[in-house]
Design a binder for this molecule. Sequence first.
Ligand code: NAD
Ligand code: TYD
Length: 350
Amino acid sequence: MRILVTGGAGFIGSNFLNLLVPKYPEYSFINLDKLTYAANLSNLKDIEDMSNYTFIKCDIADYNQVIDVFEKYAPDIIVHFAAESHVDRSILGPAEFIHTNIVGTFNLLEACRKSWINKNGKIFHHVSTDEVYGSLGETGLFTEETNYDPSSPYSASKASSDHLARAYFRTYGLPIKITNCSNNYGPYQFPEKLIPVMILNALEGKPLPIYGTGENVRDWLYVTDHCEAIWKVIQEGKLGETYNIGGNNEWTNIDIVHKICEVLAGEAGKSPEDFKSLITFVKDRPGHDLRYAIDSSKIQRELNWYPKETFETGLKKTIRWYLDNSNWIENIKTGEYKKWMDLNYTDRVG
Ligand code: NAD
Ligand code: TYD
């Protein structure tokens, strides 16, 4: 079986490959990635020499490049992670989000439609986000039946790609599965998202920028739990179905940042106040969704998937990973990260 993983040099894709490549020597894994600022091939150093792993540089927004890969590797399963993934960047420059997330997904679907004459055993697994559902109020949960109501160019582009995937199932019978997951955290996350931004800034004694009041709520899941859920859906989920993935783990942003300060203080032998004093409230993100929370009872009931990490164990592991991987951090800091962090917040969101 040949498994084509798109965006495998990014945060979740590299965790997925690191988990599965050593576990399944009988399958070949092809990592297709454009290597944008968010990619890092050093995430894959433990598996890069394994005989069942291949890397190929390719832009999914370019159909000719995609079809070349399909002709060369004839994949049976597509696990589609590749995307522009950061809401703030989508506010500043939405065009890349339209190219990669919408046109790129369309190109992959088209390549499958044209090359999968026999669809037996084939699967296109589309990895998506709970942000397609828009914002919740104080109560309620997103289910697989919640109407789409995206707020940012990022979530609108992901919603569009979900619709395309579903349309290809209904119209062409393409073997599609979709998962919509809550916010991930863990090793190898590019430090533009909340948790790694706070860890890196705190370690450097820089301000910890909290948008608005800090009362926005996200539902956090450790990245390996997400990867295991995706693999479970690929193996046992029904074609044409959508599965929500989340860990029943809601936190306000301000509470998370306090928690990070407390864990860091424990590790550094300092007082939590040394870190908490860095907290700085900044201008709110335009269109900032108030609350995300996932009802994952379908995947629990039908596929018996449950997260293994609690927020306490996952956050400790994550902070430990960033503390133990100063080389990875130093390499990141020489590139796009510095440009992004040097923009003041108002410039960042336009
Ligand atoms: P990421 O930004 O860390 O990685 C994205 C990867 O895609 C990078 O390696 C990048 O080089 C690659 N890529 C971007 N444009 C490409 C193109 N045109 N062609 C080929 N490769 C391209 O993202 P992530 O956080 O790992 O997210 C992966 C997927 O999971 C995305 O589809 C995202 O929408 C979804 N998701 C993410 C989260 C989260 O919390 N991070 C939660 C739910 C769903
Ligand atoms: P983020 O990690 O960008 O994920 P998403 O917007 O996809 O949920 O942001 C998570 C939450 O943290 C969101 O409510 C915005 C907030 N946030 C901050 O308050 N400060 C920051 O520096 C960042 C990056 C995010």
